[in-house]
Ligand binder design. Structure first.
Ligand code: NAD
Ligand code: MG
Length: 398
């Protein structure tokens, strides 16, 4: 028997983290959980430590770490408790870890992703914001560290599954990448009424159960904008080779169109355990726990153009992806920072739903990036953009 894959799950208490542990638990002979990290949910982390017996666990604050350490001791569990952010980088690059599941939300996951990339890990990337912010710096770390970067985002997993195995052949064969988008909860809503929607309505996604930030991003379609940027970096295509089509059923997870017009797609039920299992086992295939598609029960697959039916007005943020990709290096990091600030402000009821785009637009117009080429420069740019976005939030009328 070959050695078990030793896995660290960064963001283990979140939606992707929990789904990852669900798949891992189905294959105890293949995987060993050696480290788990979370921000604040101590009791969820305690239960995961009891179940998976990791050597190390990380919480975001000293208070949460102390509480976890006390509860682990009371339960006779030997897991060592550490504190983010330093412990995240140390785990991501530890010689005791083979595979890092990057499932933290937002730019907070960039430093551990870079650490895993430089240490040559198998890096399973759910944390799309890290690649959007890191861009070429991230890719360079992957190359120089000899890491294996595998997409977990369902669209990018679908594209990866639809591409030839040898990346050296992609450029000559691929015409375009077609990302599907469900359209989120407001696909048929009158754009003028979007100013009234609440955080609860925005987080109620029709097809997927996810964390709150990505749920809001799905409602604005900023999630798809981030995914366009993610696809550009993962697959090395030009921005104009990436297209988005609305597909409300979320059965086709994305597609690759080849030079001869042939299209290869990946289909399945909307269950994140499928791309997670693929990333964990690649190039092999293992049971994911997901229900198989029942083609006899499918009501049909439909598609809507972004240019039709008021969608440009409904999802003004989508076009920012191509704008940011064509602008100065670092612009994608500015867009991501603005969007993180805007979404948090919307969830805190400080701005309206339609003002998320105003904040993103204002921040892009105000912040000129200076070609960031190190982690420190990226984090400084991220902070500068957040400061500017916060001003834009305060300038929003109620
Ligand atoms: P979530 O909010 O459910 O979980 C986030 C996790 O990260 C939690 O464990 C939380 O404790 C941890 N975390 C948050 N902020 C942190 C910080 N500052 N420092 C350390 N840890 C922190 O989010 P999610 O839905 O699981 O999404 C995680 C990532 O995966 C996001 O980047 C999202 O875009 C991506 N993703 C999610 C889905 C999905 O179905 N949920 C699908 C595709 C991609
Ligand atoms: Mg996705």
């Amino acid at each position: 028997m070959t050695a078990r894959q030793r896995i660290a799950v960064l963001g283990s208490t979140g939606s992707i983290g929990v789904n990852t542990l669900d798949v891992v638990a189905r294959h105890p002979e293949r995987f060993e959980v050696v480290a788990l990290t979370a921000a604040t949910r101590v009791d969820a982390m305690l239960a995961q430590c009891a179940r998976f017996r990791p050597r190390r666990a990380v919480m975001a604050s000293a208070a949460h770490a102390a509480e976890l350490a006390r509860k682990l001791k009371e339960n006779g569990l030997p897991t060592q408790v550490e504190q983010a952010p330093d412990a995240l980088e140390s785990i991501a690059s530890s010689p005791d870890v083979d595979t890092v599941m990057a499932a933290i939300v937002g730019a907070a996951g960039l430093a551990p992703c870079l650490a895993a990339a430089r240490a040559g890990k198998r890096l399973l990337l759910a944390n799309k914001e890290a690649l959007v912010v890191g861009g070429e710096v991230f890719l360079r770390a992957v190359r120089e560290g000899g890491a294996t970067l595998l997409p977990i985002d369902s669209e990018h997993s679908a594209v990866f599954q639809s591409l030839p195995e040898d990346p050296a052949t992609w450029a000559a064969r691929v015409d375009k990448i077609i990302l599907t988008a469900s359209g989120g909860p407001f696909r048929t809503r009158e754009p003028a009424t979007l100013r009234d929607v609440t955080p609860e309505q925005a987080c109620a996604h029709p097809n997927w159960v996810m964390g709150r930030k990505i749920s809001v991003d799905s409602a604005t379609m900023m999630n798809k904008a981030l995914e366009v940027i993610e696809a550009r970096y993962l697959f090395g295509v030009a921005p104009e080779q990436i297209e988005v089509v609305i597909h409300p059923q979320s059965v086709i997870h994305s597609m690759v169109q080849y030079r001869d017009t042939s299209v290869v797609a990946q289909l399945g039920t909307p269950d994140m355990r499928v791309p997670i299992a693929y990333g964990l086992a690649w190039p092999e295939r293992i049971a994911s726990g997901a229900q198989a598609l029942d083609f006899h029960a499918l009501q049909g697959l439909s598609f809507e153009a972004i240019d039709g039916d008021g969608h440009r007005a409904r999802y003004p943020g989508l076009a920012l992806a191509w704008e940011a990709l064509r602008a100065a290096p670092g612009t994608c990091a500015v867009l991501n920072a603005a969007n993180e600030v805007a979404v948090a402000a919307f969830l805190d009821r400080r701005i309206r739903f339609d003002q998320i785009h105003q904040v993103n637009r204002a921040t892009l117009d105000a912040v000129q990036p200076e070609r960031p080429d190190t982690l420190a420069a990226l984090l400084a740019l991220d902070q500068r953009a957040r400061g500017r976005a916060e001003l834009a939030v305060r300038a929003c009328s109620p």
